[in-house]
Write a protein that binds this ligand. Sequence first.
Ligand SMILES: [Mg+2]
Ligand SMILES: [Zn+2]
Length: 201
Amino acid sequence: MTEKRKAVFLDKDGTLIPDVPYNVNPDLITLEDGVIEGLRLLKKDGFCFVIISNQAGVAKGYFNYHQLNQVEQKINLLLQPAGIKIEKYLFCPHHPEGKVKEYSTDCSCRKPKPGMILQAAKDLEINLEQSWMIGDILNDAEAGNRAGCKTILINNGNETEWVNGLYREPTFVAANFLEAVNFIRSNPYTFQVNDNKLAAV
Ligand SMILES: [Mg+2]
Ligand SMILES: [Zn+2]
């Protein structure tokens, strides 16, 4: 039996890069503080990286799906000097109330649904129990929890609604990216946190 990989699934906007709403202009893309150092440490620990990002701007007609390529390229360019590679980018271009017909659907990939994470796990042979989802809103945590990962919310002010519910409690709340990374590195065996939570409901 081949051993599956462990991953850190990363939300893009507000987590990996500062959130500029509906932006696909590479010139406006920079990394959040601590991202290079944090990903370097996680890479050393054997994690691979996958971007999991809602891009409803496609459904809403603000930009087209191909323009997300230039976003990928810019992020790769920023990470490359540090020897960090994003294994895969998954974008959900849908929104139930979009304008562009082919993308205006209630899909199974838009977070808080776990579709993109499950797809990545299948494509890249990832062990979800050993993997983490990091995001800046509770929809990220829910997607990760539903997929069977452990989850971290970076509480940087981007979550404003704080809707509670089944699957919406992150394993850990961090103040910033590096704090999230440090938690992951110091707690490699925190499965029981999620198990207890599931058993309690
Ligand atoms: Mg975000
Ligand atoms: Zn979708």
